[in-house]
Design a protein around this ligand. Structure first.
Ligand code: SF4
Length: 229
């Protein structure tokens, strides 16, 4: 979440429906939101998996930190952080009556209620994928065989003078393993990008880009590189 919400907290006495909270990232889902998924109010293409270890902003935090455990959140819109369900013209939530519990608690002038549930009873994709879903076993194998790397260690390693190229080679290998699982899923089912975000989270190469890594295509798939500083 960008710094601006911290400024908002300082400046405001009460919620004036500015929409800042909805434009700074959809909320995490909690166990109380499972009914919204089961009823179809929220579908898998509305949800994104944030995997354990990814860098993410906790509510009201000023910097991204590795997440301690996996959770689901509402997807953003058109590559932005703005929540999929935010109606710009009306400056309102388009699913107000069926919005996640965190949205009902968020008040940037009084964040205590939201902070009290942050990180607790988080919903994950495994709560929502049915046992009969043909992708379930592949999703489990992906999580087991291609976990999110330790981002803090990767960042430190990439900044070090020695060992950077072997680390890049290893991360390149992991990135292509990650893509292999996604290609396998695409072969089993015609997954949209939005559905892939739910089943597998963001591709590993995208997670690594904030660390200064760049990507190019090569004969063996994607290749990671960094411009020397
Ligand atoms: S679901 Fe509604 S209230 Fe919640 S972040 Fe999205 S637009 Fe805002």
């Amino acid at each position: 979440m960008p710094d601006s919400i911290v400024t908002v907290m300082i400046d405001k006495q009460a919620c004036d429906r500015c929409g800042s909270c909805c434009m700074q990232g959809g909320p995490a889902l909690h166990s109380q939101d499972l009914d919204l998924v089961c009823s179809g109010a929220l579908r898998c293409e509305h949800l994104a998996t944030v995997r354990k270890g990814e860098l993410a902003f906790q509510p009201l935090a000023e910097s991204a930190t590795p997440v301690a455990r996996e959770f689901l959140k509402l997807q953003g819109r058109s590559g932005s952080w703005t929540c999929l369900f935010y109606d710009d013209a009306a400056k309102a939530c388009s699913i107000y009556q069926q919005r996640p519990v965190a949205c009902g608690l968020l008040d940037c002038t009084a964040p205590e209620a939201l902070l009290a549930i942050t990180g607790k009873e988080l919903l994950t994709r495994f709560d929502c994928i049915g046992d009969d879903d043909s992708l379930l076993s592949l999703v489990r194998r992906h999580e087991e065989g291609c976990p999110c790397p330790d981002m803090a260690a990767a960042e430190t390693g990439l900044q070090a003078a020695t060992g950077r190229s072997s680390l890049l080679e290893e991360l390149t290998r992991q990135v292509n393993v990650d893509l292999g699982f996604r290609n396998q899923a695409a072969g089993m089912r015609n997954l949209s990008v939005a559905e892939e975000l739910f089943y597998f989270g963001r591709p590993l190469f995208q997670l690594l880009m904030p660390l200064g890594i760049q990507v190019r295509e090569s004969s063996v798939g994607l290749e990671l590189f960094m411009h020397q500083g």
